[in-house]
Design a protein around this ligand. Structure first.
Ligand code: DC
Length: 219
């Protein structure tokens, strides 16, 4: 088993940016578990599988060959789906697909496999709470909803912000309130509110946490 640094938190808190920076810094492999849920959602969307068809979704999740490559490139059954999985309708579908226990079981087992031989920085919603309860370092990265919308909105014109805010709030609500592995802070995770902080500052704080945990010899 490699070492695991788990970074959980809601959408737009800066997890991906930070997880990649930390992985680069430490020479760990970066793993975006959200991309895995998105890949299943894309496949479901294309095959017109309804979000309520748990059995079919489980089959898709077990048989999917999901590749996570450098520079956030993602493949599904050999096809490059890097951009396709980021479409707004796939984001919404991913959050619904992620509420299904059998889908989660299939993807969690793939996630555990990925850390079997390598050190990883893994980001998601349930990494510290469910996937790796014994992770060496656990961070719960949060930010105010308005700041999370701003970060997600990037260069989009202002009138798109309201739509984005509504979509983000819906996904958040579903991710926090589902029965299976809801988004929550593991009791032993370090809570970090990145509101108003630059990514450099967040990186600095997390590296300090990582160093403190590692020198304590935990995990
Ligand atoms: O991080 P993201 O926005 O790409 O995640 C897409 C969806 O997948 C999101 O609605 C939450 C869900 N997800 C999850 O339930 N568990 C994870 N470990 C990662 C993502």
């Amino acid at each position: 088993m490699g070492h695991v640094i788990a970074i959980d938190g809601p959408a737009g808190a800066g997890k991906s940016t930070i997880a990649r920076l930390i992985a680069d810094r430490l020479g760990y492999v970066y793993i975006d578990t959200g991309a895995m849920y998105r890949a299943i959602a894309l496949w479901a969307w294309r095959t017109k599988t309804p979000a309520g068809d748990a059995h079919k979704l489980e089959q898709l999740a077990t048989s999917a060959e999901i590749g996570l490559h450098p520079h956030r490139h993602v493949t599904l059954n050999g096809e490059d789906v890097t951009d396709a999985i980021r479409a707004p309708e796939i984001s919404a579908m991913a959050s619904q697909v992620a509420a299904i226990g059998a889908v989660r079981l299939a993807l969690v087992s793939k996630q555990r496999e990925l850390a079997r031989h390598e050190n990883v920085v893994m980001e998601g919603r349930d990494i510290g709470s469910v996937v790796f309860p014994d992770a060496r370092v656990k961070i719960f990265l949060d930010a105010d909803p308005s700041e999370r919308v701003r970060r997600r909105a990037g260069e989009l014109p202002d009138h798109h912000h309201t739509t984005l805010a509504t979509q983000l709030a819906e996904r958040d609500h579903r991710d926090r309130n589902r029965l299976e592995s809801p988004l929550l802070q593991a009791p032993d995770a370090v809570y970090l509110d990145s509101t108003g902080m630059t990514m450099e500052k967040v990186e600095e704080e997390i590296l300090a946490i990582v160093r403190a945990k590692i020198s304590n010899g935990k995990g």
